[in-house]
Design a binder for this molecule. Structure first.
Ligand SMILES: [Zn+2]
Length: 415
């Protein structure tokens, strides 16, 4: 299995928008972007919503069959580790091996020594084709990278081999993710991480580093765009170099987690992957769930009432809901409207407060982020919520498609 050049990770918390999401991917293909859908869902999401990986597989298969999609598609076991990978084995053909927690755990002295000696020929002055800056690689630097990342990469190797053993096949897409950490990885560190990955024998096809800046859930990028551009460009070139020098899979590409809604860096990403003819995987999770709430609100009547109820319950439990996502949200609680105020809103006001149109006067990123992490309350509403998803499917679908195609895919690939 080799993942194509452009792929889009479609998170769908409640398993109802598979077709709508695939329609957006089909529109991309019709517009000349050969894009592949990947349905991703993490163990955390499954636990909160009480769904199973099997349901994600079913949703993907059904969408593909009903829309007669003949291209490749994948089901991604997102952010798995040895403790939770078991129930993803059957249904997934893409595994995001998460070793963020192992960063900083020191590997054995002998392993570090072996790694350092395998990096000997890169020491001294190192030039990477197309990168102006030259890197001075000292033994101390390699040791420091090894101390930080070697154990994590070895853990990724253990997980990779475990998946092969359980699946009795190595025919799946392996990704390594290190994004859920505070400190970003420098491009030159990524080079040595990839060296370790190659030595460990993991044929990764996508890698998700932590980039500079904040990748908050469901809202725009926050950080230094110029710095992001510099690092992203170096990352692309370093991947190229690593593919050639370390014999990693030729289609190895960057995976951008929390990749939805990062509108201000989309032109940077789009133009750089075009410039170097590189692929990309954009992973999204909650942006579709937000469109479900927008669709319900826009339906007015009972739909709007459910949307308001979701906000009210999320507001009442905001501290609890925010805890698991603390590293990836920034909510100014003083800017959250009270549920009493929201009760008076029209359908249009609710939708435009939530919808991600940055320069709309109603848009409120705090409101949006709280609902983003508030999907648990919808899950708890159970059949009432699911029935509304069915009843208002048409207006929800319109919003899901517009969000993915107009605001995401077009901005990334067609501007
Ligand atoms: Zn991630």
């Amino acid at each position: 299995m080799k993942i194509g050049k452009y792929s889009f990770g479609l998170g769908d918390r409640f398993n109802h928008q598979g077709e709508a999401q695939l329609k957006a991917i089909i529109m991309a293909n019709e517009a000349g972007i050969p894009m592949i859908p990947v349905w991703n869902k993490s163990n955390r999401e499954h636990q909160i919503i009480q769904t199973t990986p099997k349901q994600t597989r079913k949703e993907a298969d059904e969408a593909v069959n009903s829309l007669v999609w003949e291209g490749d598609y994948y089901v991604d076991a997102d952010h798995i580790n040895l403790l939770n990978v078991d129930h993803f084995i059957q249904s997934s053909n893409f595994f995001t091996i998460d070793v963020a927690d192992q960063i900083g755990v020191s590997a054995k002295q002998a392993d570090i020594k072996k790694f350092v000696s395998s990096c000997k020929e890169m020491m001294g002055e190192l030039r990477i084709p197309n990168i102006k800056e030259k890197f001075t690689i000292t033994e101390d630097f390699v040791i420091s990278v090894a101390k930080k990342y070697l154990f994590a990469v070895k853990e990724a190797g253990r997980i990779y081999r475990y998946i092969i053993q359980r699946k009795e096949s190595n025919d799946f897409i392996p990704e390594i993710s290190m994004d859920e950490v505070d400190q970003s990885q420098q491009p030159i560190e990524i080079l040595f991480i990839l060296k370790a990955v190659a030595l460990e024998g993991i044929p990764i096809q996508t890698i998700a580093p932590k980039f500079t800046g904040r990748f908050n859930k469901g809202v725009d990028y926050m950080g230094n765009i110029r710095q992001f551009k510099k690092e992203f460009e170096q990352d692309l070139l370093i991947l190229d170099y690593a593919i050639k020098e370390f014999k990693l899979p030729a289609n190895l590409k960057l995976s951008i987690h929390s990749g939805s809604d990062k509108f201000s860096i989309y032109p940077v990403i789009g133009s750089l992957i075009k410039k170097y003819d590189k692929g990309i995987h954009i992973k999204t999770a909650g942006t579709t769930w937000l469109e479900e709430v927008i669709g319900l609100a826009s339906a007015d009547g009972a739909g709007l009432m459910i949307a308001k109820e979701i906000y009210k319950r999320a507001y009442e439990r905001k501290n609890d809901l925010c805890i698991p996502y603390a590293a990836v949200i920034d909510i100014d609680h003083s800017k959250l409207p009270s549920p009493e105020e929201v009760r008076t809103w029209t359908a249009g006001k609710f939708a435009s407060t939530l919808r991600h149109i940055p320069d709309h006067p109603d848009y409120n990123p705090n409101f949006r982020q709280l609902i983003h992490v508030g999907y648990k309350v919808a899950a708890e509403m159970g059949s009432d919520f699911y029935a509304a998803l069915v009843k208002y499917a048409a207006i929800i679908e319109e919003n899901v498609i517009e969000n993915l195609f107009e605001r995401h895919i077009k901005r990334l690939f067609l501007t």
